[in-house]
Design a protein around this ligand. Sequence first.
Ligand code: CP3
Length: 340
Amino acid sequence: MLAAYRGGRSERLPVWFMRQAGRSLPEYRAIRERAGLLEIGRVPELAAEVTLQPVRRYGVDAAIFFSDIVTPLQAIGVELEIRPGTGPVIASPVRSARDLSALRRFEPAVDAPWLGEGVRLAVAELDVPLIGFAGGPFTLASYLVEGGPSRAQTRTKALMLSEPLTWRRLLERLCDIALDSLRAQVQAGAAAVQVFDSWIGSLAPEQYERHVLPVVRRLFDGLSELGVPRIYFGVGTGHLLELIARAGPDVVGVDWRVPLDAARARLPGRVALQGNLDPAACLAPWPVLEREVLSVLERAPERGYVFNLGHGVLPESDPAALARIVELVHTFRREAAGVA
Ligand code: CP3
């Protein structure tokens, strides 16, 4: 998998699933009956156990450390909860220059010693690479400004357009939080990092270029000294692909709206690809799902490619279907399929 992230190819295609841990697994739901989501993150043994669950069950080629994108915010004192069926809800939204004081520097060793410890425990038990992750600056800003999940991030964009200096300071702080969190995860053994900037697709190209890209570029520059592959993912980014590549990631995660061959043609050769099965396909009967997986594989690049979904696993997915996807991807032979 790491070779594929570096642009290489292997006989067997690597595969993992975004949000592979969590509610789709009965063994996760059993632990969740005893502990809240953020609580699991603060107990290294539980976080490591939940991180390993999908690797055992699916035979995926990577684990992703179990946590949430808002975990570092809570660790620096931002009052929040994760509401089931809704997502992160922030007690005091950030909407002015004054509110920025709630966002101090994140010091993982002091604020979240369980983070490095959970990563170390998971890595010690894994025989596949562990991916560390953080929320992207725009996506975290959207939760902070809106006070919770939102469809179109309208308040966030209004702040971005009307108070560019406050906006910039907010994003710079979130960039530092992501950098410090990812550095701690890599120091504890993570072999790659993924930045989930899930909601950037709501921005026009000019908006992204002007108000977000410079900060994300600083994030990826800062990550380069860690020496691990750096993945950048967002949903609905077909109109932003070229700009996203300019942020400097090694790997771009694309959703199902852009066929992989089209994404390949638009992105620079140095960038590897990850994706992009529609998570909804996992709810279809196997013959339909199989056809959808094959159609992704047939459009996949020859090298520098890791199979994944185009967004996270849906909680109602059948674990048996995900296991069959892994088997199909692992046994797929591009030559046999007539793909050059
Ligand atoms: O397996 C993995 O991928 C690791 C775990 C992980 C979680 N959150 C745990 C979680 C990861 C990578 C995330 C990232 C995350 N969190 C993102 C980026 C990825 C994406 O889907 O776009 C975002 C936007 C969030 C914010 C968030 N946290 C949402 C929207 C939700 C869903 C709320 C719901 O109930 O539908 C959460 C909660 C959450 N984070 C759950 C899990 C397993 C489910 C709720 C629970 O177990 O209580």
